[in-house]
Design a protein around this ligand. Structure first.
Ligand SMILES: [Zn+2]
Ligand SMILES: [Zn+2]
Length: 443
């Protein structure tokens, strides 16, 4: 019975909050605020009167199948943690049918149930054995694996969930990537345009980037103390010659989406001539670098173009996730609830995620899923293929369409809740090393 004392503490803490919530509920609208648990206060009388009267159903739930352990949740359809619990209860109900009875009672529609079960807060989950004896109760959001762990502590081992339809995955490319290595950006895997090629010399040979931006991101991720821009060169946009990055001048323009478009030149005259044609501003390396590194990922600190990034709001402030997984990681790094907006990789439609205590509280559209770009290492361990291979999709159908159109992509479909929970499990040390070249080096 190791886990139970900890769980009980949560209940006690939640109980302390109850008074405050109860007071608040009297003076505010009935729509409850987000929180671990809501006080069991029925909607205001005025509001209740508008609702369809619910017949006074017998409080005791229908008799469970003979001898089955029973999980009863008392909640309400409008309470935020209760809404988060609903899919979990549905899953338990179907996955453990015949092993466990799962019930939900709405105490705002059926207030007598709250009294009957003696609950103070919602959601409250009560565990009963097969004879109907109460074994344990918990208040607030209760993740599925914790519910199963609690049952196990109580002596009921339901085993792991029966295999569901396997989520979509692909571990071997449908077609190998046959592009020559020096035509592929080391960081983003994009094609390298000869006019924007940026090269970093390393003891192991030259590393090529599609543009100065990918070089700037990589440089920021290097953990080598002795790193220096002296090892890097850009390409003169018109002459095609190599120019050390710190000696070049940069024409900083903008594409039709507002994303920076950068052209490098050996000298100011050539840059000014191009500026007269295409607009923009001419910067020295110092000015260019300052602009490039002004916005950073709120999880891994890498420089980002906001136009490429997911927007994350945390505590009323805005930051970015350089990829969707990093955006979720802001919840782990800050320990706070976040609201993030990403775009469907295939269609560009917005996908928003609101978290509550390390779990997904709201997902819009609810059908949205994540593609975890990954590969299996020789031991079969799943390894991320990096930020540029991660994405959200509004539906599984969009994800499959995108994967089909990208024969080199490997990885697997995960739920956004799974992706968030994986981030929440990272230690502060793992977070501080996230996306650093050397700790998470590309192939
Ligand atoms: Zn690139
Ligand atoms: Zn990041």
């Amino acid at each position: 019975m190791k886990a139970l004392p900890r769980i009980l503490v949560v209940v006690l803490l939640a109980a302390a909050v109850a008074g405050v919530l109860a007071l608040k509920s009297r003076s505010t609208a009935p729509e409850p605020a987000a929180g671990a648990a809501e006080a069991v206060v029925s909607p205001e009388p005025a509001q209740a009167a508008q609702e369809t009267p619910v017949p006074e159903a017998p409080v005791a739930a229908p008799a469970p199948p003979e001898g089955l352990p029973r999980l009863v949740e008392l909640g309400a359809d409008k309470c935020v943690p209760c809404k988060m619990m609903a899919p979990i209860l549905d899953e338990l109900k179907t996955e453990y049918a015949g092993k466990m009875d799962v019930q939900f009672i709405d105490v705002w529609k059926n207030p007598r149930a709250g009294e009957e079960y003696g609950i103070q807060l919602i959601p409250t989950q009560i565990f009963f054995d097969g004879s109907g004896k109460e074994l344990f109760r918990h208040t607030g959001f209760f993740p599925k694996e914790d519910i199963l762990a609690a049952w196990k502590e109580l002596g009921f081992d339901f085993g792991t969930a029966p295999d569901k339809e396997p989520a979509f995955s692909r571990w071997a490319p449908a077609q190998p990537d046959t592009r020559p290595r020096d035509a592929v950006c080391y960081l983003c895997d994009g094609d390298i345009d000869a006019r924007t090629r940026t090269v970093m010399s390393t003891p192991a040979g030259d590393v090529g980037f599609c543009a100065p931006h990918c070089y700037v991101i990589t440089f920021a991720s290097l953990t080598d103390e002795a790193k220096s821009h002296q090892n890097a060169a850009v390409t003169d946009w018109t002459a095609g010659t190599r120019v050390p990055v710190m000696e070049a001048v940069y024409l900083y323009g903008m594409d039709e989406n507002g994303r920076p478009e950068v052209k490098a030149f050996a000298g100011r005259n050539a840059a000014e001539a191009e500026r007269a044609r295409s607009g923009g501003n001419v910067f020295s390396w110092e000015q260019f670098e300052a602009k490039e590194t002004a916005a950073r990922c709120g999880f891994c600190d890498r420089p980002v173009y906001p136009e490429d990034a997911s927007v994350v709001r945390v505590d009323g402030m805005q930051t970015w996730g350089c990829c969707v997984m990093c955006a979720l990681g802001v919840a782990a790094r800050t320990g706070k609830d976040i609201h993030m907006t990403a775009r469907d990789v295939l269609t560009g439609e917005p996908i928003t995620v609101t978290t509550l205590e390390g779990h997904v509280a709201k997902l819009e559209p609810p059908s949205a899923v994540a593609w975890a770009g990954a590969r299996k290492d020789p031991e079969g361990k799943i390894v991320s293929t990096g930020c540029f291979k991660q994405g959200f999709f509004a539906s599984e159908a969009n994800l499959r369409k995108w994967v089909e159109a990208h024969p080199a992509a490997t990885g697997h479909q995960v739920t956004i809740e799974q992706a968030l929970v994986a981030k929440m499990k990272l230690t502060p040390e793992q977070i501080s090393k996230a996306c650093k070249i050397g700790e998470c080096a590309p192939r």
